[in-house]
Design a binder for this molecule. Structure first.
Ligand SMILES: *[C@@H]1O[C@H](CO)[C@@H](O)[C@H](O)[C@H]1NC(C)=O
Ligand SMILES: *[C@@H]1O[C@H](CO)[C@@H](O)[C@H](O)[C@H]1NC(C)=O
Ligand SMILES: *[C@@H]1O[C@H](CO)[C@@H](O)[C@H](O)[C@H]1NC(C)=O
Ligand SMILES: *[C@@H]1O[C@H](CO)[C@@H](O)[C@H](O)[C@H]1NC(C)=O
Ligand SMILES: *[C@@H]1O[C@H](CO)[C@@H](O)[C@H](O)[C@H]1NC(C)=O
Ligand SMILES: *[C@@H]1O[C@H](CO)[C@@H](O)[C@H](O)[C@H]1NC(C)=O
Ligand SMILES: *[C@@H]1O[C@H](CO)[C@@H](O)[C@H](O)[C@H]1NC(C)=O
Ligand SMILES: *[C@@H]1O[C@H](CO)[C@@H](O)[C@H](O)[C@H]1NC(C)=O
Ligand SMILES: *[C@@H]1O[C@H](CO)[C@@H](O)[C@H](O)[C@H]1NC(C)=O
Ligand SMILES: *[C@@H]1O[C@H](CO)[C@@H](O)[C@H](O)[C@H]1NC(C)=O
Ligand SMILES: *[C@@H]1O[C@H](CO)[C@@H](O)[C@H](O)[C@H]1NC(C)=O
Ligand SMILES: *[C@@H]1O[C@H](CO)[C@@H](O)[C@H](O)[C@H]1NC(C)=O
Length: 751
């Protein structure tokens, strides 16, 4: 059962596909009319009833059952005995025509059966090219007489032979067989046949003579036919049919009787010129005598109908088809011809021309590139100078440093960053863009600043000079710089784990259950940062004031080791200078209020900023935020008021408070408080701060279990809350910008 279903299902497409191809797919007869008699088609204008034919006896045919029910029914012209075996819409009919025979016997008897006189209906004629009047016999002659159009006609031939070996199969040239053409327009046929000698001399091998009008294609002479034609009654003959007695012009004038129906049929006149026929226009098939009988041929279904080559697609159109070349092939010329792989003359010309154009363009391109390279070299030099290259070289010479390794070419950095591709960006902000790059198999961070105005070039050179002097494990190493580009580029060691700011303020809510920044780590970051600042302030041979200490300038590596960055604002202070007066610069919230008021820069400004970072570490809160209640907006002030009110533990970060570190947290909070003293001279030095913090760290006997989470596991994301988390600093932004929390106040006595 199941198998059968499967087989049927498998065959279904075949059946569906094959069936319409087998049956004629256009109607032949009028609706509700028989279009078949046995296996013979009856196309309109022929029909078996008055409603179904052209309402003219010419086209009336009758289908008669045979006495033996096993024989198929036969089709006859009108009510006559003229049998029709084929009706073609091209205007032909195949009729069966009786054979005339004349037999002589040795005992003197003669047996003759004459073909009945044939009269074709009006507008039907015997096809004069397809039929031949034929006589078989070795002592015979005969005539064909009758009427053509309005005149009589008569023609005939003689067939003789003297011995059986005279006979030649296939040859009907008067020896045993003769044939003659008939005139055109014949509609009446009367066959007559005689013998000269009653076959007396030949009757041992030929005692019967035959005469018939036959379709040439249906008869080929053989000596056997002298005997075997005795049993044959009829032979096929081709007649022509046409419609009406008018010419096309006359017929089409009378629309109601015009036989060619629909827009896609057309009229033509057969050779006799007394009537007309219809046919479908090119590209259509069907019955032109029916309304909507002519239907479009899908030429593409049959390769015989379309001449598209194997390199072409065939597209059927109404009344035709189109051949279009396969991809990669070109039409050969304009006219006929298949598609070739670009080998037509026109294509070659076009290709040659195109090649020429390409070569010319290439040459122009090369020249342009060469010129560009030269001018670009000039540009690079100019940029280098504009970006403070000479200043840098001077400064570096001053500090007796070798510049060789420090300065990279733009080409090198382009290669390192995949031509500054977007996918290499690891940070972006007001300061510019930070790219990740690979130089000499080392991952580096390349800071490309926003367009720098000439007075800020100093700041860049400053950072280069300052950083090039510092060699501290907790300071982001400057590897080099590039001054050839439009804007200067700084190359740093790559720090993988983001900024302290991000870790404190940009944690995904979901990941907070594991606190990566436990108290030990925070304390460690504080110790390391304090160490850096202490080193900058006193250990280096000239004092360096960072001027922009903040959590977003403290980078963290995979082990949460602090790396202080962004020395764009830093100042070198010579030992003899106790303080200097310069424009106020720093980040709102971290900025020393005393310095802001007086413009007097001392290293105590860094102490204040560090105090703010300590508060951030203790509370996990941003130092300034617009999204908090009014009194908490400046969190430093709020923190100090809580501390004074002995309510420190209200503001501490819940995640870091535990029984055993309560005392230590209080100590750090107190240290932050002194750092945040309004007066600089009341603040401790960084060295003191570093030592105290170092002591606290050593006191931690049971450090909390050391997670060694890598940065990849952290999913940091920052809702911008007034302060941006700049990677590698933002020292190049200018002006007062509350949204960025960065402030630069010009001073009267600046420089
Ligand atoms: C064909 O015959 C059917 C039923 O015999 C009839 O409903 C229909 O109208 C006929 N169509 C025409 C064109 O005569
Ligand atoms: C009709 O069938 C006969 C035999 O059954 C065959 O000789 C003849 O060619 C067929 N005619 C057509 C038009 O199929
Ligand atoms: C011819 O025979 C078919 C069945 O073979 C029958 O339906 C039809 O009525 C018959 N026609 C005549 C005119 O006898
Ligand atoms: C054929 O029909 C015509 C009229 O259409 C009639 O005059 C003639 O006698 C009929 N012939 C035969 C053989 O029935
Ligand atoms: C009938 O005539 C058409 C057109 O001349 C021809 O294609 C077809 O083969 C003929 N059928 C028979 C059975 O001779
Ligand atoms: C003559 O011979 C033929 C066949 O050989 C035969 O049919 C016929 O009856 C004969 N006639 C006479 C008058 O004997
Ligand atoms: C046929 O032609 C013969 C002479 O060739 C003549 O005797 C005979 O009457 C004609 N038959 C008809 C029906 O015209
Ligand atoms: C003529 O004889 C040949 C050979 O026997 C035969 O094939 C052919 O059908 C015969 N022609 C007719 C019209 O009977
Ligand atoms: C065409 O035939 C009609 C009858 O079918 C006849 O009245 C008319 O005279 C004929 N015209 C010509 C030009 O033979
Ligand atoms: C005679 O028949 C042939 C095909 O057998 C056809 O091409 C030709 O046009 C016909 N002659 C007339 C006058 O229709
Ligand atoms: C006849 O041809 C026209 C276009 O020439 C076409 O739109 C229309 O569908 C065709 N009619 C039929 C019945 O195929
Ligand atoms: C293909 O046939 C169309 C018309 O049927 C003709 O115009 C064209 O030249 C033919 N192309 C070729 C390549 O035979």
């Amino acid at each position: 059962m199941g198998k059968l279903t499967i087989i049927i299902l498998l065959m279904l497409p075949t059946i569906l596909f094959v069936t319409p191809l087998i049956s004629a797919d256009f109607p032949l007869a009028k609706p509700n009319c028989t279009d078949k008699c046995g296996n013979i088609s009856i196309p309109y204008p022929f029909g078996t009833t008055q409603d179904c034919n052209y309402q003219h006896p010419n086209f009336w045919v009758t289908c008669r059952n045979q006495t033996s029910s096993s024989d198929p029914p036969k089709l006859f012209m009108q009510n006559t005995s003229i049998e029709i075996t084929n009706i073609s819409l091209d205007g032909q009919l195949t009729l069966l025509q009786y054979i005339s025979r004349d037999c002589y016997f040795q005992n003197g008897t003669r047996n003759t059966s004459n073909s009945p006189f044939i009269e074709l209906p009006l507008y039907m004629t015997v096809n004069n090219t397809a039929n031949k009047f034929t006589i078989l016999g070795c002592d015979a002659y005969g005539f064909i007489t009758g009427r053509r159009h309005k005149r009589l006609y008569a023609t005939g031939c003689t067939a003789m032979c003297y011995a059986q070996d005279d006979l030649e199969p296939g040859s009907c040239t008067g020896v045993g067989c003769c044939q003659t053409s008939i005139p055109k327009d014949v509609w009446e046929v009367n066959l007559t046949m005689r013998s000269y000698n009653n076959n007396r001399n030949v009757w041992d091998f030929n005692n019967c003579n035959y005469a018939f009008l036959v379709a040439e294609s249906a008869f080929a002479f053989s000596p056997d036919n002298f005997t075997n034609l005795r049993n044959v009654e009829k032979l096929p003959m081709v007649a022509d049919w046409a419609v009406g007695n008018k010419t096309c012009e006359e017929a089409s004038a009378d629309f109601s009787s015009y036989a060619c129906k629909g827009p896609n049929s057309t009229c033509y006149e057969p050779a006799n010129g007394y009537s007309y026929r219809c046919r479908c226009k090119d590209g259509y098939q069907g019955n032109p005598y029916l309304d909507e009988g002519c239907q479009d041929i899908d030429e593409c279904k049959d390769s015989k109908l379309n001449n598209c080559t194997e390199n072409e697609y065939c597209t059927n159109t109404v009344g035709g088809f189109r051949c279009t070349c396969h991809k990669g092939y070109k039409k050969q010329g304009r006219g006929p011809g298949g598609c070739v792989r670009g080998e037509s003359l026109a294509y070659r010309l076009a290709a040659g021309l195109a090649l020429g154009v390409i070569v010319v363009l290439l040459v122009i391109c090369l020249i342009y590139l060469e010129l560009k390279r030269r001018s670009s070299n000039k540009d690079k030099k100019r940029n280098f100078l504009q970006n403070g290259g000479t200043l840098l070289q001077q400064k570096l010479k001053q500090i007796e440093r070798n510049t060789a390794r420090l300065i990279y070419s733009l080409t090198e950095l382009r290669k390192a960053t995949n031509n500054f591709h977007d996918s290499m960006i690891i940070g972006q902000g007001g300061f510019g863009t930070v790219y990740k790059g690979i130089i000499e198999n080392k991952i580096v961070a390349i800071k490309q600043s926003k367009e720098v105005s000439s007075n800020q070039v100093d700041q860049f050179v400053n950072e280069i000079v300052v950083l090039s002097q510092i060699n501290h494990k907790n300071v982001v190493k400057l590897i080099g710089c590039c001054l050839e580009g439009q804007v200067p580029l700084l190359v740093y060691e790559f720090i993988s784990n983001g900024t302290l700011y991000e870790h404190l303020h940009c944690k995904q809510p979901k990941t907070t259950n594991v606190d990566f920044l436990n108290w030990d780590r925070r304390l460690n970051i504080a110790v390391e940062t304090a160490g850096v600042l202490s080193y900058l302030h006193s250990d280096a041979f000239t004092t360096i004031i960072h001027r922009d200490v903040k959590s977003s300038n403290i980078l963290l590596d995979n082990n949460f080791t602090a790396k202080v960055s962004d020395f764009g604002a830093s100042k070198l202070v010579h030992l003899d200078q106790t303080h200097l007066t310069i424009s106020v610069q720093g980040t709102f919230g971290y900025l020393d209020p005393e310095y802001m008021e007086t413009g007097q820069l001392t290293e105590k400004s860094d102490v204040y900023s560090f105090g703010a970072v300590l508060v951030e570490l203790l509370t996990g809160m941003r130092v300034v935020s617009r999204n908090r209640p009014e009194e908490e907006k400046n969190f430093i002030v709020f923190f100090l008021s809580k501390l004074r009110g002995k309510r420190l533990f209200d503001v501490l970060d819940d995640g870091i408070v535990s029984e055993e570190n309560k005392e230590q947290l209080t100590q750090v909070a107190n240290l932050a408080q002194v750092c945040l003293n309004r007066k600089g001279k009341d603040r401790p030095t960084m060295k003191e701060v570093a030592m105290e913090l170092g002591g606290l760290k050593r006191d931690r006997k049971h450090p909390e279990n050391e997670h060694n989470y890598k940065s990849q596991e952290m999913d940091l994301y920052c809702l911008d809350d007034g302060l941006d988390s700049n990677y590698y600093g933002n020292s190049t932004s200018t002006g007062y910008d509350t949204s960025r929390g960065h402030i630069v106040l010009p001073m009267n006595d600046a420089r």
